[in-house]
Design a protein around this ligand. Structure first.
Ligand code: PLP
Length: 417
């Protein structure tokens, strides 16, 4: 057997076994059609292993963490802090103090803006983002601009949806305090050259935040190797439940960040005159966190690692190539986002069919996709379109799902012909 064949064998997934891990894939969608789930960029499905971990916590172990002295509280604390270690190891952070549990990507970016930003950014300082950011990586910086008078610079993209690196380079100057970029675009699928971006930022002493919401379920991320200052992601896009997410930050930077929220669990001592704060990570995690969510996230990470990123990447690349080839033959269909480095996200528009109508007609065939601006309105404006229809794939999708998508698109087009 040659090396290519060997590799194929190695990365080939047992689809039947994998799909049976996801109970939702056995259910029917509209009109009793089989569910074809292609909305993974919005949220991923949850395998039984995650659901069991969450269920077990609430069914047999429900308890609050840290403050309890009883058995169940100690057990829940162990699981919650164990989940922090699992996340640390997953992204190769140096220590668990660098992992802050949040409610998701949005909260994590807001935490950075409202804590680190308020302390470190003042009038005239510059923040660089890109034209393909999710609103979660635009609005918090606009709010900071309102508060501080800082300047928000937007790095342009080309018609394929790739960053204009020369323009980005010219925007990063000694005045730049933060470069905050999406690692993988949720609307276009573009995978940004984050190593080059980090190198450019470091040249001028700027901090870098990576929005990895669309990355961590698809490829290995190593924060030490990347040398980013912050990295954020959501559990629900990584096969875990909603309500849990992660802010990674370098310890020295997190230690300099004032608490953004005050309350229980983040203090050392409280009197009416003065409060002293707990050490990391508790200092940035006020109140009862998503305990079951964190436990589920650890189970999700275990699940993903068991499958392996080589296999996941091979499967998703095959699906993207296959789908791109098939839809490219459909007259009147235009793919939005054709970057050379691209994740398995297929955004498209079709002449004469509004993306929302396309989404509804696909739904009638059991094909779940997303239609809209995908929380990237400036990006839609850049492409002079109101919205796209977006199919986004995960490793549990198959070529049969792509065939169903393509057949449904063709049927939808006939309705409008
Ligand atoms: N950033 C990107 C690239 C996203 O795709 C999303 C969600 O779609 C977010 C941020 C916001 O994530 P959440 O809503 O989980 O906070």
């Amino acid at each position: 057997m040659n090396r290519v064949a060997e590799n194929l064998l190695h990365t080939k997934l047992d689809h039947a076994a994998i799909r049976s891990d996801f109970p939702i894939l056995a259910r029917q969608a509209r009109h009793g059609k089989n569910l074809i789930y292609l909305d993974n960029a919005a949220t991923t499905l949850k395998p039984r292993q995650v659901l069991d971990a969450v269920y077990d916590h609430y069914a047999y172990g429900a308890s609050n963490i840290h403050r309890g002295v009883h058995y169940l509280s100690e057990e829940a604390t162990r699981l919650y802090e164990g989940a922090r270690e699992t996340v640390r190891d997953f992204i190769n952070a140096r220590e668990t103090k660098e992992i802050i549990f949040t409610s998701g990507t949005t909260f994590a970016i807001n935490l950075v803006a409202k804590s680190w930003g308020r302390k470190n950014i003042s009038a005239g300082d510059e923040i660089v983002i890109t034209h393909m950011e999710h609103h979660a990586n635009i609005v918090p910086w606009q709010m900071l601009r309102e508060e501080t008078g800082c300047i928000l610079n937007i790095a342009p993209i080309n018609d394929r949806g790739e960053l204009d690196m020369a323009a980005l380079e010219s925007l990063i100057t000694p005045r730049t305090k933060l470069v905050s970029v999406v690692y993988t675009s949720n609307s276009l699928g573009t995978i940004n050259p984050v190593r080059d971006i980090i190198r450019l930022a470091k040249k001028h002493g700027s901090a870098v935040l990576l929005d990895a919401a669309q990355t961590v379920a698809h490829t290995k991320v190593d924060v030490q190797n990347l040398d980013c200052d912050f990295l954020v992601f959501s559990g629900h896009k990584l096969f875990a439940t909603s309500g849990v997410g992660v802010l990674y930050g370098k310890r020295a930077i997190l230690e300099g960040m004032p608490p953004f929220m005050g309350g229980g669990d983040m203090i050392k001592s409280v009197t009416f005159e003065k409060t002293t704060y707990a050490d990391l990570p508790a200092r940035l995690e006020a109140g009862t966190p998503a305990i079951g969510g964190a436990i589920g996230l650890a189970a999700a990470i275990g699940y993903v690692r068991n499958i392996g990123f080589d296999s996941i990447a091979a499967q998703e690349k095959d699906l993207l190539t296959y789908a791109t080839g098939l839809v490219s033959d459909i007259p009147g269909l235009r793919i939005i986002g054709t970057a050379a480095e691209k994740a398995a996200i297929l955004s498209f528009i079709v002449d004469g069919v509004h993306p929302h109508d396309m989404g509804s007609l696909l739904d009638a065939e059991g094909v779940a996709v997303r239609a809209g601006h995908h929380c990237t309105q400036p990006l839609m404006t850049r492409f002079k379109i109101p919205a796209t229809t977006r199919a986004s794939f995960s490793f549990y999708n198959t070529r049969a799902d792509v065939d169903a998508l393509v057949a449904a698109i063709k049927k939808a087009i006939e309705v409008f012909a």
